[in-house]
Structure formats: structure tokens, C-alpha cells
Design a protein around this ligand. Structure first.
Ligand code: V47
Length: 374
């Protein structure tokens, strides 16, 4: 006998029918999913889709974050990382320091460097290209996932050249793909309050479109848990979904919980575990064309990221080694997890760990080296 799940919230039943038949969910379905308190019903549906796509596999990678500078002209209210250039706490690494930092913690042989920083008013495109070339020369086998859409748009403005040109130059210097940050929430009303000096949502999507048209894959994100409404979140997800229909360039979606400490929005409450799991599940259900949903352990804690593997997520991110953006904003999680700890977390959730490279090709390892399979 097959047991049918019991939905505490009966409004989930028509959505269950759509999910079972593979019918795309619409705006109203998304808002309903955000409004329900039936987290188990919602998680059941998201897990159904997750297992249809990835079976019992949970992906992770061995990566290292590098933030070359925290100097930023944008002064977003949401951010505790960016500093003004004259701020005595601000830092900017030299090229040698970037290359040296990349090698620290390398004993686990990272397959990816995740490189993002502030919008520095003096660092040039040439400087960033040299940084990439130096990394490729020293770590030729490591994938460089670098620069958000926001950083690329800023470089284009500063250098007075088209975004396409910036992307081509960065790729030529060694950029392999792009991370998903800076998307925040596309609603203009909300952006005016949380990140008023940043490019708008349409520009973010346009930079992503250009990157994808050039064959550069990227991730995408959504920042939730500040002043946005459920409608703003659904609108954001559907705009990402529409671009993905067009380009197919997004690899992974990462829902990012707002951390208020040390930001201009520090009066706002932190998100809850309930909200974090709900965002994972709703994004899995709405983003039917984005292959992976990442539960970023630094942001949601390893404990919640582990549970999220049963609520729609199929990825938990990586070893990271050094993290600044969330820790400047009050994150109390560790800076790094070892490969063995990630394996343990995944196995104890009853999932099968698969180490991946940035583009989700499986990685085989000896003690200190790795091979990307296929
Ligand atoms: O762009 C900044 C957000 C992003 C805060 O692509 C904040 O694989 C919460 O994009 N509270 C950086 N969020 C992180 C990011 C990311 C992380 C992991 C993996 C990938 C990937 C991308 O964090 C920023 C911004 O959207 N952010 N400040 C804050 N106070």
C-alpha cells in the first residue's frame, strides 16, 4: 500500500498535483507556498523534485574563498563587509598577497577559488586580469569562479567599455565562471532601501545574460529575511527562471539569509531555521529549470544545511577556508569545514556525498591531488 502524504494545509494539494505532473508553478502558487506554515508538506514536495533530479546525491566541493579587497564605493545598508577607502579597518591585498592567500589551506587541494570583493575605486581591469593570470600560473588546475555581476558592471563603467568587453578580457585572463552574489532582491522599492547605489535588478540580469551568451556559466542568489515581501521573493525567483529559460546559463541557485549584525539594518531580526528551510524548498519548486539548489552552510549553519538536504537542496557548498562577508555581519559559524566533516554531515543526513568541481563534474581524489572525471 502506498501511503499518501497528509497535508496539514489542504491548499498544498493542487500544487502537489502540479508537481507530480511536472506542471510549472505560477506566481500565485509561489506566494501560497511562502505563506503556508505546513513546512513538512512543503518539504515533501520539494524533496520529491530534488530526488527526481538528483536521487540521493548531495554535492559538495573543496574550495577556497578569496576576497582581495573590502573597499567598496557602494555602502549598501545590507552589507557589513564593504568599507570606505579611508576607513582604517579597510584592506586591499597586493597581487602577491592574493596569490599567497590562494595557497593557504591548499593541503586539501582545492578545485575552485571563489573570488569576490568590494567595488574598489582604484583597482583597474588590468590589475584583476593580472591577478587571474597569476592564479592560473600558480594553480593551473583550479577553477576560477570570480566576480559578481555587480563587480563586472562597475568595471565596465569605470573603464568606459561595454560589459561584454570586460567579460571577454576577464575570461581571456582565466575567469572560468561567475558566482551568484549581488542579486539581492530585484524589487526596486526594496533595493532603494537596502542597496541603493548598486546596479538595479534589470542590469544584474543583463550582465548575467551577456555572460551566458558568451558561454560563461554563473550562479544566482536571492537575499531574503530583511524588508522584502513574499511577492518580492516570488517575483525575484520568476525573473531568474525567465532568464534561465532564455540562456540556460545558471548552474546553481543559493538562497541567502540576511545577517543584520554590524549593518545599517542591524535593528532587523535574524531569520529563523523555519524561514531558511522554507526558502530552500520554495526555490526548488519554483526554479524548475535551474539544476542545483545550494544550502550554503556558512550562512545557514551546518545543522540547518544538513536538514535542508531533505527539503529541496542537493548541495552544501564546500570547505571555504576563509569567509569574511557573513562573519563581518555576525555569522557565528566556523570559517572552514574539512572535507571529512562535509562527508560526515552528508552521510548522517542519509545522503550520498559526491565531490564535484564547479560545473558539477564528479571529482576523484588521492590524498593530495584530484582528477575531474569526464
Ligand atoms: O553578494 C552581503 C550577500 C553575497 C550580507 O555563487 C549578505 O556559489 C547576508 O553570493 N547578510 C555573497 N547576505 C555570498 C554569495 C555566495 C555565497 C556562497 C556561494 C556562492 C556561489 C555565492 O552575500 C553578497 C550579498 O548578496 N550579503 N551582506 C549580509 N549582511
Amino acid at each position: 500500500m502506498k501511503l499518501e502524504p497528509y497535508f496539514e494545509d489542504r491548499r498544498l494539494e493542487p500544487i502537489r498535483d502540479k508537481v507530480v505532473r511536472g506542471v510549472r508553478l505560477d506566481f500565485d502558487d509561489g506566494v501560497m507556498l511562502y505563506r503556508t506554515h505546513d513546512l513538512l508538506g512543503l518539504g515533501y514536495l520539494a524533496n520529491l523534485v530534488r530526488e527526481r533530479l538528483h536521487g540521493s546525491v548531495t554535492y559538495f566541493n573543496v574550495n577556497r574563498h578569496i576576497n582581495p579587497t573590502d573597499v567598496c564605493v557602494a555602502s549598501c545598508r545590507l552589507c557589513a563587509f564593504g568599507k570606505r577607502i579611508r576607513d582604517p579597518r579597510a584592506y586591499t591585498m597586493s597581487l602577491e598577497q592574493v596569490w599567497e592567500a590562494a595557497g593557504r589551506g591548499y593541503e586539501e587541494a582545492a578545485t575552485e577559488f571563489h573570488i569576490v570583493g568590494g567595488l574598489h575605486p582604484e583597482l583597474t581591469l588590468d590589475w584583476y586580469c593580472e591577478m587571474l593570470r597569476g592564479l592560473k600560473a600558480r594553480f593551473p588546475e583550479v577553477h576560477l569562479k570570480a566576480f559578481t555581476m555587480v563587480e563586472v558592471a562597475y568595471l565596465a563603467r569605470r573603464e568606459k567599455i561595454p560589459v561584454r568587453e570586460v567579460l571577454l578580457r576577464l575570461r581571456e585572463a582565466g575567469m572560468d565562471s561567475m558566482p551568484g552574489g549581488g542579486a539581492e532582491i530585484f524589487s526596486e522599492r526594496v533595493r532603494r532601501i537596502i542597496c541603493d547605489h548598486k546596479i538595479d535588478g534589470e542590469e544584474w540580469l543583463e550582465v548575467a545574460r551577456t555572460a551566458h551568451q558568451l558561454g560563461i556559466r554563473s550562479n544566482c542568489t536571492m537575499l531574503y529575511g530583511h524588508i522584502e515581501t513574499e511577492e518580492d521573493r516570488v517575483d525575484h525567483l520568476l525573473r531568474l527562471r525567465a532568464l534561465q529559460d532564455e540562456t540556460g546559463g545558471f548552474v546553481t541557485f543559493i538562497p541567502l539569509a540576511f545577517h543584520p549584525d554590524n549593518t545599517a539594518l542591524r535593528h532587523l531580526p535574524k531569520t529563523t531555521g523555519f524561514a531558511d528551510l522554507k526558502n530552500v524548498a520554495v526555490s526548488r519548486l519554483l526554479l524548475d529549470n535551474i539544476p542545483h539548489i545550494k544550502a550554503y552552510w556558512v550562512m545557514m549553519t551546518p545543522r540547518i544545511a544538513q536538514v535542508a538536504q531533505r527539503f529541496g537542496a542537493d548541495d552544501i557548498d564546500g570547505t571555504i577556508v576563509e569567509e569574511r562577508i557573513y562573519h563581518d555581519a555576525g555569522a557565528t559559524t566556523r570559517q572552514a569545514l574539512r572535507r571529512s566533516e562535509l562527508l560526515e554531515l552528508i552521510r548522517k543526513a542519509g545522503r550520498q556525498p559526491v565531490e564535484r568541481d564547479t560545473l558539477y563534474r564528479p571529482v576523484a581524489r588521492t590524498e593530495t591531488t584530484f582528477t575531474v572525471l569526464i
